[in-house]
Design a protein around this ligand. Sequence first.
Ligand code: ADQ
Length: 485
Amino acid sequence: MDDSNSFVVVANRLPVDMSVHPDGTYSISPSPGGLVTGLSPVLEKHRGCWVGWPGTVDVAPEPFRTETGVLLHPVVLTANDFEGFYEGFSNATLWPLFHDLIVTPTYNTEWWQAFREVNLKFAQAVSEVSAHGATVWVQDYQLLLVPGILRQMRPDLKIGFFLHIPFPSPDLFRQLPWREEIVRGMLGADLLGFHLVQNAENFLALTQQVAGAAGSHVGQPNTLNVSGGALVREVGAHVTTADGRRVGVGAFPISIDVEAFERASTSKVSELLTTLGSPDTVFLGVDRLDYTKGILQRLLAFEELLESGALDPEKAVFLQVATPSRERIEHYRVSRSQVEEAVGRINGRFGRMGHPVVHYLHRSLSKADLQVLYAVADVMLVTPFKDGMNLVAKEFVANHRDGSGALVLSEFAGAAVELTGAYLCNPFDVESIKRQMVAAVHDLEHNPASARSRMITNSEQVYTHDVNVWANSFLTCLADAGEDS
Ligand code: ADQ
């Protein structure tokens, strides 16, 4: 067995997209998304192994090493697995439930069966590749059952689990017909990590309510410990399972590889500004096209500000980049058509020939191109209805280390706990988004010292709490976790 398999990450997706060509050959390209952004630097540092699905059904390449030294171990999923496990249970049941029912979750027994079977496949793949006593780090809501299955297959492993999305209040979670199995699956880990203390507290409260899950009792739930508004270096709480294992529970807010987001090349920035007609104010949104992200609401806020004359269409532009996401799911299709209809309407109303007021791209961009956009933007709009963390907000902040620009941020994004210099808005209230957009523009123009001090506060937080701090604090806690109580 390969030595590098003493550190194994397992996530639904590999950090690559694979496409199969008609002649049977395939090509591979990087895949965007928060989880990949957070984990890639960690895996590169540990020269570890990443187990996951390559994004194509029924076929997968042999394990291979990336240019940066990470061993990728593909898991084969069938078209049925993809539908029931991924589109169904993961993204039409768990995703909306864990994001506080922004759309109504579907509870479907066949999807649940597929979810169990595919979690078993992932656990088997991990079990095959992991060295004796290896550390296995299981990622996210698609693999909630993997810790429990792995614990039975391979009791020698040290198992950590990190949830990248919010953990809902127990009252919502209890809707799930398979709630006990899910909690039991999670409790197979030695350490459970969440972004926020609130998420960890929701889980701890749940283990008391769904006690049948493991006959578990909660230890010291009130000692969850926060320093600097966010970081927990020690596991402050634990759950003792019926079989006497101690499962650590803590909050570890994810972050970014700050060096990758230093300022972009100035020539490209001024080139883009000229292309945009040298506007006074550039607003920017960058998201996966997901109904949780509040893209439509921020476009409506922009439209209403143009309508009322608070913004001048000759002087303000809005750039929105939306990565295609989960396009076969109905709610995602509806979201896309609403966003695109709004873009067309706003340009029809306020643009002129050769001068749209909203520039919209429905595609993935390279990190270098994203950096140019972050640098061009005066006001970044991050307005999700609910978000585990939101790395886009942190990327923008890292790009504005000099204190330029302003961030309008939803109070329901996990990042709001840390980025205290942001202009916080309530995305359910378009007036609130408008107010904060206007306040940000006003400060940038008339109160630059205050705007600068806000952004410096944000960037200091991100530069002192980068992705290495996140990974090291989780992995240090994991190394100490799992002893019998
Ligand atoms: P996401 O919902 O994907 O992540 P986010 O945290 O903002 O959301 O991460 C998106 C990542 O994708 C960023 O690194 C961004 O640069 C990249 N990206 C977005 N649009 C892009 C585009 N058009 N082209 C290229 N790259 C693009 C989930 C959770 C979040 C949590 C992360 C990490 O939903 O709440 O912050 O995981 O835990």
